[in-house]
Design a binder for this molecule. Structure first.
Ligand SMILES: Cc1cc2nc3c(=O)[nH]c(=O)nc-3n(C[C@H](O)[C@H](O)[C@H](O)COP(=O)(O)OP(=O)(O)OC[C@H]3O[C@@H](n4cnc5c(N)ncnc54)[C@H](O)[C@@H]3O)c2cc1C
Length: 672
């Protein structure tokens, strides 16, 4: 099986919560899931009560395959595994219980052998298998996929991408089997977003051929490190590298922090970050270093090397370039966060839409009450986020493929930063809306949405704070715009649409099909072009007034973020329409029709919710009025398809919640 049983035996002894050892004891009432499964076995679709669904207008299986991309059988087999009582969601557990249960669940997943050679052998297939596993796990226990993602993805990913081939070959098999259990130590109490400012030092000591690692002040303690408080034996440590008195900037090291028996090694102190508002199955910790000696060959040396006698060499001309390359290789964390965010959104939408289809409230006197989903106001709360979720999933699939192919360039950095920000924000607002759309039931833990929301929340912060990520996007893209501007308005690459500004201006939106790529890309390009032009002018003005280019950029922060958002919205719609035309060329008319409607609603809602489009002349007030009406029209057109759309996410009943099925029977007195 290639899983280190010894590691998990030790961990289960350390993460000792006696109540966790008997998973069948005090199991919550799951009759609703068994009833739904029985219906399914009998060939009756487990629709919410009273819902008679028409034949779907598209093949839900094909749609699921389009969304999930690969490893369908693996995903289904993991969903089957989640029927095991160990995986049944529990709420209001103690910190010790949640942490112990996460370890217990991890062991069961690892024992299936899914991670065997998934990370070590750099094949696209291996990476797809790894990601499919994490995504499936994220549907049942977000703490677990984060805990595993920190070990395999952040720790393992750093060793494999920032270590050289020899280092990868030496350590990756042990990381896959969990023989070397690790964490990822970048953030410090004093520096999170500003990674370059971290203060932990690693000073090369020629006589001992070791790096001496120290935490020079309290602000330099490593903070929030997932797995550091209890489970990790090793860490991928980021520290300022000093050789012969010269600081060469932030570098990664493989560092042992605990002995195999779980005791800290000499020179390392660790503490708990304590209870969080979610993700309590992860033991986030703090780390202090005091004259810890790390062997020379534990510097992860793909990009920089230090010789025995203290000569520093680097594959890049500047430390900025090297730092950029290091961060690009960490894009995988952002890809995972974006994928995890959409899973939480899809679960919330599935549960709420199924509830909205069966729950009734008010109605004409003397007649049956009306289903919530038949109120236009209710539709405009749930159907736009559903449409956006489809658009974003298809867009994210482009990013996932790029990452799986290891195209580690600037584009990956921009896409992963921008998509992670917009997708995680979308998921949080969707979870809030779906929570409210289920009324009081939405607040009940067993109905999953409220706990999903609190565990998802931190996705806006870790793997890069969303606001900082949008700044990063603009920082990477602005020079391309300025180059074209300075080149007499001859633009290349992304901005080449500006070479025919007249054509962009000429498009008459009032006569353009609002579902077309032409409509969406015209509005998005007009906004992007206006914002980048204003930003470039503002920065130039500030520099002329005596500011440095960095100061000028920082003092234009609001515009910087607006421009980043405009760029990412446009990129997303370009990629989405690319998918649509691929599907068209494959003759997938049914999928194209329904997804075109999703894209139209996503675009209309996006434009309708932001005055910035009007402010920047992307459309006229009259066009804006049409957009507003279109939101309602597209919602009504999608209304008959919502059940099949959420069904195509592929979540079986036991991953959903009582309110997605027969919530009256579930709450009956006989089931007390
Ligand atoms: C649950 C959890 C798990 C984590 N796991 C890990 C882990 O395993 N390993 C690890 O290394 N780290 C981890 N982190 C740390 C995480 O990556 C950081 O919290 C994140 O990078 C943000 O840093 P910070 O908390 O210091 O916020 P700060 O950088 O202090 O930011 C605070 C606020 O200031 C704003 N801000 C900052 N700079 C600017 C600016 N220039 N302009 C405008 N606004 C600005 C930000 O937008 C943000 O809203 C984790 C964090 C959490 C909460």
């Amino acid at each position: 099986m290639n899983v280190s049983d010894a590691t998990f035996d030790l961990l289960e002894a350390e993460f000792n919560a006696p109540s966790v050892r008997n998973p069948s004891a005090a199991l919550p009432n799951r009759q609703w899931a068994e009833d739904a499964a029985a219906k399914q076995r009998a060939g009756v679709p487990p629709f919410p009560p009273g819902v008679v669904a028409a034949r779907p207008a598209f093949d839900t299986k094909k749609m699921r395959e389009l969304l999930d991309m690969n490893n369908f059988e693996l995903r289904d087999s993991l969903y089957e595994l989640f029927k095991n009582p160990v995986f049944v969601p529990r709420y209001n557990e103690t910190l010790d219980e949640e942490r112990a249960r996460t370890i217990q669940r991890w062991r069961l997943i690892a024992k299936t052998g899914v991670f065997h050679e998934a990370l070590r052998i750099f094949t696209v297939k291996g990476r797809q298998r790894y990601e499919a596993t994490l995504e499936s796990v994220g549907a049942i226990d977000h703490s677990l996929d984060i805990k595993m993602g920190v070990h395999y993805g952040l720790f393992g990913g750093t060793v494999s991408l920032m270590g050289d081939d020899d280092q990868g070959a030496r350590w990756m098999p042990k990381i896959e089997s969990c023989e070397m259990l690790g964490c990822f130590s970048m953030t410090e109490l004093g520096h999170g977003s500003n990674v370059k400012g971290i203060q932990t030092t690693a000073v090369y000591d020629i006589p001992s051929r070791t790096f001496v690692v120290n935490t020079p002040c309290e602000e330099a303690q490593k903070y929030w490190i997932g797995g550091a408080f209890q489970s990790a034996r090793w860490t991928a440590l980021f520290a300022q590298l000093y050789v012969k008195g010269v600081c060469h900037g932030v570098h990664p090291f493989l560092v042992r922090i605990r002995n195999e028996d779980g005791t800290p090694v000499k020179g390392v102190t660790m503490g708990d970050c304590g209870a969080k508002s979610g993700l309590n199955g992860v033991d986030n910790g703090r780390i202090w270093f005091s004259n810890l000696h790390v062997p020379l060959d534990h510097l992860l040396r793909r990009h920089s090397q230090v010789s025995v006698d203290g000569n520093f060499t680097c594959n890049f001309k500047s430390s900025d370039e090297r730092f950029g390359a290091s961060l690009a290789s960490l894009s995988g964390g952002r890809v995972s966060v974006a994928a995890g965010s959409l899973i939480q959104a899809k679960l919330g939408l599935t549960i709420a839409i199924r509830y909205g289809l069966s729950r009734k409230a008010f109605g004409p006197p003397g007649e049956e009450e009306t289903r919530l989903m038949d109120y236009p106001g209710y539709q405009t709360r749930l159907i736009p986020p559903l449409a956006t979720t489809f658009v974003m999933q298809l867009v994210l699939n482009h990013l996932k493929s790029k990452w799986q192919r290891r195209e580690l360039g600037r584009e990956l950095h921009v896409w992963s930063s921008g998509f992670k920000a917009l997708i995680s924000w979308h998921a949080l607002s969707t979870l809030q809306e779906t929570r409210e759309a289920c009324g009081g039931q939405g607040y009940k833990a067993e109905n999953r949405i409220a706990p999903l929301k609190s565990t998802h929340d931190v996705a806006l912060t870790y793997e890069g704070d969303n606001h900082i990520l949008l700044q990063t996007v603009t920082k990477a893209v602005l020079p391309e715009f300025v180059r074209g501007f300075k080149n007499d308005g001859n633009f290349e690459g992304h901005f080449s649409y500006l070479n025919d500004r007249e054509a962009l201006r000429r498009v008459d939106l009032s006569t353009t099909d609002p579902r077309s790529a032409m409509y969406a890309l015209t509005v998005m390009r007009r906004r992007e072009a206006a914002l980048f032009a204003r930003l470039a002018a503002e920065i130039q003005k500030k520099i002329a007034a005596g500011m440095s280019s960095l100061q000028a950029f920082n003092h234009s922060a609001v515009l910087v973020e607006d421009a980043g958002r405009a760029h990412v919205d446009l990129l997303m719609l370009q990629l989405f329409h690319q998918t649509l035309s691929d599907l068209k060329s494959r003759g997938e008319t049914e999928l194209v029709n329904i997804l075109t409607l999703c894209g139209a609603l996503h675009t209309a809602r996006l434009i309708d919710s932001q005055v910035i489009f009007l402010r920047n002349g992307a459309l006229s007030a009259k066009d804006a009025q049409n957009v507003h009406s279109n939101v309602q029209i597209f919602c009504m057109q999608l209304r008959p398809h919502v059940l099949h759309l959420v069904d195509s996410f592929g979540y079986p009943p036991h991953l959903l919640a009582p309110i997605a099925f027969d919530y009256v029977s579930h709450n009956s007195r006989s089931r007390l």
